[in-house]
Design a protein around this ligand. Structure first.
Ligand code: IMP
Ligand code: MG
Length: 184
């Protein structure tokens, strides 16, 4: 018998229903706040793809989307503090009301760097929407404008979030069994 992905999960932190309900609420809030604006969503690859796909469909406004890829983590579970741009945006940011879509706000280093860099490109405004926030872990002073869930300082996977590039396709957010790390 082959191993199933779900066999590696010790506990479910947020169910599919929890996530879908909250993302719709945040989408409705963004719809209110950005009426008449020049909204563009920028998803930071790859962790935010699931959130981006659901959030953009929960916003009932004309908008553009784009993707950016940076690397701040290796295969471990702690921040290296190094942020490298792997894929930049295709769309010009002049006059754009930019909403950065991120999976998780941890130390804040990645988003701090990205926000600073993008604000130099003529944006009309910049805000952050993140799925998860671990406020206890913050190293750089930064807060999210739209946060779906605050979570405790625990390493989580699923709904886009990975451990060593795996588990992004779990439809919920969970914590891995300790033996998954031990067997590495
Ligand atoms: P920061 O620069 O420390 O805020 O790092 C944020 C990035 O770290 C996220 O975009 C994730 O890729 C990764 N990360 C932080 N915590 C977790 C976690 O619990 N699970 C999976 N990835 C995480
Ligand atoms: Mg990430």
């Amino acid at each position: 018998m082959g191993r199933k992905m779900s066999d590696d999960i010790a506990k479910v932190l947020l169910t599919e229903e929890d996530i879908q309900k909250k993302v719709k609420e945040i989408g409705a809030q963004i719809t209110q706040d950005y009426e008449g604006k020049n909204l563009m969503l920028v998803s930071i690859l790859k962790g935010s793809v699931a959130f981006m796909a659901d959030l953009m469909r929960a916003i009932d406004l004309p908008l553009k989307i784009d993707f950016m890829s940076v690397s701040s983590y290796g295969s471990g579970t702690t921040s290296s503090g190094v942020v490298k741009i792997i894929k930049d945006l295709d769309i010009d940011l002049h006059g754009v009301d930019l909403l950065i879509v991120e999976d998780i706000l941890d130390s804040g280093k990645t988003l701090h760097y990205i926000t600073k860099m993008l604000s130099d490109r003529g944006t009309a405004s910049i805000r952050i929407a993140c799925l998860l926030d671990k406020p206890e872990r913050r190293v750089v002073p930064l807060s999210s404008d739209y946060t779906c869930f605050d979570i405790p300082d625990e390493f989580v996977v699923g709904y886009g979030l990975d451990y060593d590039q795996q588990y992004r396709n779990l439809p919920y957010i969970g914590v891995l069994k300790p033996e998954v790390y031990e067997n590495k």
